[in-house]
Write a protein that binds this ligand. Structure first.
Ligand code: TSJ
Length: 654
């Protein structure tokens, strides 16, 4: 039996359906006109947001306590299917619209969560925009709801236009689930023009993260695009964010300095917000703090991170004074000292979260600073007093960090006296450019003498500066700040850029808008690229984050025919050129930059009109931290595994 429980003609008589339908279309049409406003971009990121948006709705159902299983399938043709075993989106007619609630969810902007009992809705996609936005940006979308033993169905096409109305398809299959929601959709390729292909790893990482943030929910993802080779991952963590810290530290190839992950949680007195923190110290010299508000990654931190940092420093110093780890004459431990090596997840859930900043990546709710801060002051102190062995390990680490910082300060002051870090003295090897306008200037950082010579000869001295590198490079991943300040290879880089480093870093002092690493396309070149990028990421992070760092891409081959040269930057390009030229050509493989003369280097690698360059971007802190600590760390096994898994990243050394 198929019964259309609702169609246009039926409602038209009673409820002026035409009018509301026009409003509906105008709403969804607005989404199609300006998709970026709703999902950030129409590139791969926006495409994947469609999936998160749908999954977030199922997670809300799980948080409300009515669902514990979410399935995500990537079907052939890059169709996405998300299903849960919750109550099913309500199918009853809504008074205000005269439409079934489920239809409203998919056709009216911001309709999500506006109906039904007052659930504690906390999750949300990039902008928490709701399922109607996904519908608006889909070629087609189908909803199936099972509730009260009945199966309901509705299909939309061409950006959210209703084609079936909500249909009651009769009795739900006896052997299937008792209730639940299934959404199947295909992203509209006219909107997502760059690509409609999903990346399994990307979806998997985000779903794993959501499983960590919402303890006990079972999330399964299956890639069914290739029927011969289906890939499935299942995530369920009873330990929640504690398991997350555990996972990160195993994956990052660092050694933990105490066994158990610390976990603290609190609810605000008015019951409107809750906070939880899981943390563990490792032997790394870096800190990894990842924060979330309502399951959304707050890339730029905010009040929850502030509260954490503030009280961590207070508690650690209080403990160190009370137990005489710090003597009366000693200075307090700094925030950086007490965070060295920490891996920490902060997750807060707030009734009305305010996200600030250009990309809305910063939590603004001021009451959260106090909630996190007082939670940590009470419970961390108690924890340290109850676990003296753990406290001992942590304070040994913090005190060592403090001593190293003191040594670094001395090294820095020494250098400062020579005013090197202020950029008033420039390194002797630097061939500076004429322009002082950082908007147009570039500095090429070049390994080795002969390449440096070619670069100096080939550059446009008006805006291009060349800094050849000398001496032994330092792996900053395995060294503290004091070593960095006294490294003969890095110091000229710092001097030339003029920004200072670490705590003193000041991007506004940057002397060149583009910082270009130019190294050979071989193993040694790759090594120096990685070391320099690690240095920039750890000691000049804004330089990387603001997109000032580039990798020069010298050609791999020169193909000559009739005295005309062509250059290939990849094996594929070489093959294409060879096929095009057919015969009578000569091919030269460049082993190093030094093999090119000045003119060739200019033409192929440095001329802004013809060169190929890669801009280094940081997608997210956890991924970047993992890349650097695994690539540059001590553990060999994870490194190999990592390089195999991330062939593309490893090639770029990013
Ligand atoms: F919205 C959506 F399409 F994106 C979507 C919603 C997608 C998926 C995969 C699941 C869901 C969803 C919604 N699962 N479960 C629910 N639950 C409700 O919408 C619901 C059910 C009952 C009541 C009630 O008060 O009785 C309230 C709500 C919000």
């Amino acid at each position: 039996m198929e019964e259309n429980i609702y169609d246009a003609s039926m409602v038209n008589e009673e409820n002026n359906y035409d009018e509301s339908q026009i409003q509906v279309l105008e709403g969804l049409e607005a989404v199609r006109k300006r998709p970026g406003m709703y999902i950030g971009s129409t590139g791969p990121k926006g495409l994947h947001h469609l999936v998160y948006e749908i999954v977030d709705n199922a997670i809300d159902e799980a948080l409300a306590g009515f669902c514990d299983k979410i399935l995500v399938d990537i079907l052939p043709g890059n169709v996405i299917r998300v299903s849960d075993n919750g109550r099913g989106i309500p199918v009853g007619i809504q008074q205000t619209t005269g439409l079934p609630a489920v239809t409203v969810v998919f056709t009216i902007l911001h309709a999500g969560g506006k109906f039904g009992g007052g659930g504690y809705k906390v999750s949300g996609g990039l902008h928490g925009v709701g399922a109607s936005v996904v519908n608006a940006l889909s070629e087609w979308l189908e909803v199936e709801v099972i509730s009260d033993g009945q199966l309901y169905y509705q299909r939309f096409e061409n950006g959210g236009k209703d084609v079936t109305g909500l249909i009651n398809k009769g009795k739900a299959p006896e052997n299937g689930k008792k209730s639940g929601t299934t959404i199947t959709f295909k992203a509209d390729p006219t909107i997502f023009q760059e690509t409609t292909e999903y990346d399994f790893e990307t979806l998997q990482t985000r779903l794993r993260e959501q499983a960590f943030l919402n303890a006990g929910i079972n999330i399964e993802i299956t890639d069914r695009r290739d029927s011969e080779n289906e890939v499935k991952s299942e995530f369920c963590y009873e330990g929640g964010i504690t398991s997350y810290v555990d996972y990160l530290n195993k994956k990052r190839a660092v050694e933990v300095i105490h066994d158990k992950v610390m976990y603290f949680s609190a609810v605000s007195p008015d019951g409107n917000s809750q906070a939880e923190i899981a943390m563990q110290y490792t032997d790394s010299f870096n800190e990894l703090i990842i924060s979330f508000a309502n399951n959304i990654h707050t890339v730029d931190g905010g009040t929850h991170e502030e509260g954490f940092r503030r009280s961590l420093t207070i508690v650690m110093n209080k403990y160190a004074r009370k137990y005489n780890i710090l003597k009366d004459a000693d200075k307090n431990l700094s925030g950086e000292d007490v965070r060295e090596g920490i891996c920490c997840i902060i997750s807060v859930k707030v009734k009305e979260a305010e996200f600030e900043g250009q990309t809305k990546g910063k939590l603004g709710n001021t009451e959260i600073t106090g909630l996190v801060s007082s939670m940590l002051q009470d419970s961390l102190m108690t924890f340290l007093e109850e676990n003296p062995a753990v406290a001992k390990a942590i304070f040994e680490k913090a005190m060592a960090a403090s001593r190293a910082r003191e040594a670094a300060r001395k090294a820095r002051d020494l250098v400062r006296r020579k005013s090197a870090l202020e950029g008033t003295t420039l390194p002797g090897k630097l061939a500076d450019c004429q322009s002082r306008n950082a908007e147009e200037t570039e500095i090429y950082i070049v390994e080795g003498d002969s390449a440096g010579g070619s670069a100096k000869g080939g550059r446009d001295r008006k805006f291009q500066a060349i800094l050849p590198l000398w001496g032994k490079m330092l792996n900053v991943e395995k060294a503290r700040l004091d070593k960095v300040y006294s490294n003969e290879k890095l110091l000229p880089v710092v001097m030339a850029l003029g920004t200072g480093l670490g705590e003193d870093f000041d991007l506004s002092k940057l002397r060149y808008g583009k910082v270009i690493i130019m190294a050979d396309a071989d193993v040694d070149g790759s090594h120096i690229r990685t070391l320099l990028l690690t240095f920039f990421y750890r000691y000049m992070k804004p330089l990387v984050e603001e997109g000032h760092v580039y990798l020069a891409q010298p050609p791999l081959y020169r193909i000559t025919k009739n005295k005309k040269h062509r250059y290939a930057y990849s094996d594929e390009q070489r093959d294409r050129i060879m096929a095009e030229l057919q015969s009578g050509y000569d091919i030269q493989r460049y082993k190093g930059l030094g093999e090119m003369d000045s003119d060739q280097l200019w033409e192929t690698t440095m001329n802004p009109d013809t060169r190929l360059m890669l801009r280094v971007e940081v997608e997210d802190a956890a991924a970047a931290d993992e890349i650097f600590s695994v690539l540059m760390g001590d553990a060999v096994e994870p490194r190999r595994e990592f390089i195999e898994k991330n062939a593309i990243y490893a090639n770029l050394d990013v």
